[in-house]
Write a protein that binds this ligand. Structure first.
Ligand code: C5P
Length: 222
């Protein structure tokens, strides 16, 4: 295989990270989770009492936020100023903060720059909201994963349950709908399918079926 870049975008809970991780493993390339970077900015604000709803306040601390992506046993770990925050960023509170700071232009510019550098020299599967539209407009293949909000809330519920965390379905559904709404309607790089992207509705497909379909589409382009 020559070098390729695979962009996977879509709303929260559409299965992006599960699918992107498996694909990267099968294709022996690097998986880059860009949502983790926005979450890390959100976490920094929460930890340091920065009002993340205040764009100027967030911009003024951006230079203090050191993010490192490190691979341990093939898994992406994310560090905030030297501390592994890979688990700490997986809460609903952090997700809400991430979705808010992701509406800010300066935050996006800084993170998009990092993301492009990570993908510059190697084959990658990168997932997020604006990978096909903004980060990697020349990607070999652009996939847009969707599923009904109810199905996505159900999947998140199972994920949280598997981690032993107790969350109510209604709360998750509301959180997903609010985040979708904010992500799709923001001015800077809103969540949307790239013009040359391929949409896959995952509601009634198994993970294996989706992976097979995407791998096939990629093969066709190499
Ligand atoms: O994918 P994940 O749920 O971890 O993303 C958290 C938040 O980060 C999203 O709700 C979205 O607002 C933001 N995000 C983004 N662009 C990306 C990745 C994530 O705006 N490429």
């Amino acid at each position: 295989l020559g070098r390729f870049t695979l962009a996977i975008d879509g709303p929260a809970g559409a299965g992006k990270s599960t699918i992107a991780k498996c694909l990267a493993q099968n294709l022996r390339c690097t998986y880059i989770d860009t949502g983790a970077m926005y979450r890390t900015v959100g976490l920094f604000c929460i930890q340091n009492n920065i009002d993340y709803t205040n764009e100027d306040a967030v911009n003024s601390v951006l230079s203090q936020i050191g993010i490192d992506i490190i691979y341990e046993d093939n898994a992406q770990k994310i560090y905030l100023n030297g501390v592994d925050v890979s688990t700490a960023i997986r809460t609903q509170e952090v997700a809400a903060a991430a979705s808010k700071v992701a509406t800010y232009k300066e935050v996006r510019e800084a993170l998009v720059d990092m993301q492009r550098k990570l993908a510059a020299t190697k084959s990658v599967v990168m997932d997020g909201r604006d990978i096909g539209t903004v980060v990697l407009p020349q990607a070999t293949l652009k996939i847009f994963l969707t599923a009904s909000a109810e199905e996505r809330a159900n999947r998140r519920l199972l994920e949280y349950e598997a981690k032993g965390m107790e969350v109510a379905y209604d709360v998750l559904l509301k959180e997903i709908q609010e985040r979708d709404d904010q992500d799709a309607n923001r001015e800077v790089s809103p969540l949307k399918k790239a013009d040359d992207g391929i949409e896959i509705d995952t509601t009634s497909l198994s993970i294996e079926e989706i992976i097979e379909r995407i791998a096939h589409l990629l093969q066709e382009r190499l």
